[in-house]
Write a new protein. Structure first.
Length: 208
């Protein structure tokens, strides 16, 4: 299947003798083309969310106003947060931990009561960066956390065993030393999700 450039992902722009004409009004863009524009813009923002709407409009061959409107639509439903991926070691963290939990919900009366407590407990522990229910490894829940020492991680485990003594059946851990850079086969990034998109764009001359 042919890989499409950001320009081709959006819409069949009007072609002139000196290049592709920038679309200044998206009122005539089909719903399919609007979806393609949203996907193309999201791809560019994943690569670099610091880019201005003006810069993005040049890459995507649409007007700056169209980029701004499309970005707002993405921010309402798709983009949860603009953030950075820091060097955790430089921030003083040494441990990345995956904790697999086997929990029983009995004793809470309902699963709603269980999840209310679980969400509140996770919220109070800032070192936990992700938590969810799932299946595998004889567990039905997972926590992902970062710590400045292995001692701090064991402290979290001990708090969990104390606070969830009646529900916690078993705990399994997978611990990563963040300082062991040679053991990293791929650094965390969402940029690989955009790998199928071609970034090359035909040079555009400004159309008066």
């Amino acid at each position: 299947m042919k890989q499409l450039s950001p320009k081709e992902l959006i819409m069949p722009s009007k072609q002139t003798h000196d290049g592709w004409q920038t679309v200044s009004n998206d009122s005539n863009v089909s719903p399919l083309s609007r979806n393609r524009l949203m996907n193309a813009l999201l791809t560019e923002l994943i690569k670099n969310s610091k880019r201005s709407d003006r810069d993005l409009s040049r890459t995507l061959h649409v007007s700056q106003a169209t980029v701004s409107r499309t970005r707002k639509k993405l921010e309402r439903k798709v983009i949860k947060q603009y953030t950075v991926i820091p060097n955790l070691v430089e921030m003083g963290y040494q441990v990345l931990a995956f904790t697999f939990l086997s929990m029983k919900i009995s004793g809470f009366g309902s699963s709603d009561n269980y999840w209310t407590k679980a969400k509140e407990w996770v919220r109070l522990h800032n070192e936990i960066i992700y938590g969810a229910a799932g299946e595998g490894l004889n567990a039905n829940g997972i926590l992902i956390s970062v710590h400045k020492s292995i001692y701090e991680y064991h402290k979290l485990l001990n708090e969990g065993r104390r606070d969830w003594a009646e529900q916690l059946e078993s705990v399994q851990s997978f611990v990563i030393s963040l300082e062991n850079v040679e053991g990293v086969s791929k650094n965390f990034s969402l940029n690989s999700l955009t790998a199928s998109e071609t970034t090359a764009v035909k040079p555009q001359r400004k159309i008066k």
